[in-house]
Every structure is written in C-alpha cells, then in structure tokens.
Design a protein around this ligand. Structure first.
Ligand code: PGA
Length: 242
C-alpha cells in the first residue's frame, strides 16, 4: 500500500482542531506529523496511523540545550518517525547539510525511522535534468556518507522528493518528472547499498492531483503539507491511495 505522510507544519492553532484532523487522517498507511506540542494528545487519538515528529535535536537523552527535544523524548511521546532535511528547515531555520546530517544520523542510530527530504530550487530546475540529479544526489551523499553498508536498513528510511519550487505554491512537478526523480534516487541507493528505501513525492499534493503521483510505479506515496490539515482533503487523499 502506498504511504500518505501528513506534514502539518505549524498548524492548527488548537488541540481540539488537531484532534479533529487526526481522526480524519487515521489509516494504516498514514504517518502523521503534528506540531510537537500535540504529539501526546494525537497519539491517544490515532488507532491505525503512525506518529512522527517534524524536528529533533541531535544530542540524545537530556542536556543543556535550550529549546531542544531529544530522540528519547520523542519516542516516549509515541513518535516512531522524524522528518529531516525539509526545505523549510534548511531555508528558514538555516539548517546546513552538516546539521541535517547530524540530525539524520542521531535519529537513525537512535532507532527512529526517518523521512529524509530532498529537492531542488527553481534555478537548478531551469538548468535541466542533469543539474537536478546532481543536486539531489549531492543532498543524499552529504548524509549517507556517514551510513555504512552494514548499518544501512532501507526499512528505516523513506526519501521524500520535494522540489522546493512546488512546495506550498499550488503547482506540482509533472508526475513523469517525479517518477524519473524517484528512479534516479532508487538507482543511487541500489548502486551504493544493494537496495533502496521507498521514495515519496511532495509539493502541493491535494485530493485532485494525488492520484497522478500515486499511480507512478517508482513513487511509493506522497508527503502532503497544506492539504493535510484540511480534514476532508486528507480523508479523500487517503481514500484514493487504498
Ligand atoms: P505542501 O507541502 O503540500 O503544502 O506543498 C509539502 C511539504 O512541505 O512537505
């Protein structure tokens, strides 16, 4: 079954609204990423979906890291997944490749499953396919240089291909281009590790366009942002995926 990952970002305002959205999203193939503040209450509501955190700090356990939340804290709140490398974290929170790498490695070694986001900005898109591939593979290399063949477990990793110019803009990649990107990513992993994790597409996915991505053979699901906090939208996207 294809995966529906719901990245709520900084939505909604109230716990009541969060619970309503979670109820509409509860399905065995869904992974829900609410704001950290709502993790525990959403955990109680979800009967089928997995729970994920939108961010984590790379030092585990406890420590003098003001504002930080560790992997063990997220796990005790019920989170199994964490989102790493999202373009909003990279651009707005100034997360460098090194920070992204630290978060990835700590989460992966700490036993969490990771959705690792990659994707090119518009200026790279304009240069064409080989520039896009080089950009994506550069983002993968910067993290996976730390993961040895013996340590690699594709069941603990999901890659989300999210072209930055499509995120929150109401325009998507062409499904065939997203399919091609997923193939490039999978080939890269197979060459390096002998097997590949699953690959999602993200960027302005909604109930009207999700089917075009879900029907692509190399795309294993979608990462939904804006539409995932509209109960009727996410319900419909999940319905179409089953
Ligand atoms: P969007 O966000 O669906 O609102 O474009 C996707 C994402 O940022 O993960």
């Amino acid at each position: 079954m294809k995966i529906i990952a719901a990245n709520w970002k900084m939505h909604p305002l109230s716990e009541k609204e969060a619970i309503k959205i979670a109820r509409a999203s509860d399905a065995t193939n869904a992974i829900i990423f609410p704001p950290e503040l709502f993790l525990k209450s959403i955990k109680k509501v979800l009967k089928k979906s997995s729970l994920g955190a939108q961010d984590v700090f790379w030092e585990n356990g406890v420590g003098a890291y003001t504002g930080g939340t560790s992997i063990s804290m997220l796990v005790s709140a019920g989170a199994k997944y964490v989102l790493i490398g999202h373009s909003e974290r990279r651009a707005i929170f100034k997360e460098s490749n090194d920070i992204v790498m630290n978060k990835f490695v700590a989460s992966y070694r700490g036993g969490m499953k990771v959705i690792f986001c990659i994707g090119e900005p518009w200026n790279i898109r304009r240069e064409g396919l080989s520039a896009i591939n080089a950009f994506m593979l550069g983002q993968l290399s910067s993290v996976f240089k730390k993961i040895s063949r013996s340590e690699f477990d594709p069941s603990k990793i999901i890659v989300a291909y999210e072209p930055i110019w499509a995120i929150g803009k109401g325009k998507t990649a062409f499904p065939e281009d997203a399919e091609f990107a997923a193939q490039v990513v999978k080939k890269w992993f197979v060459k390096r590790y002998g097997s590949s994790p699953r690959v999602l597409y993200g960027g302005s996915v909604d109930s009207k366009n999700s089917r075009y991505f879900l029907e692509q053979p190399s795309i294993d699901g979608v990462l939904v942002g804006g539409a995932s906090v509209i109960a009727d939208e996410i319900k419909q996207i999940i319905k179409l995926s089953r």
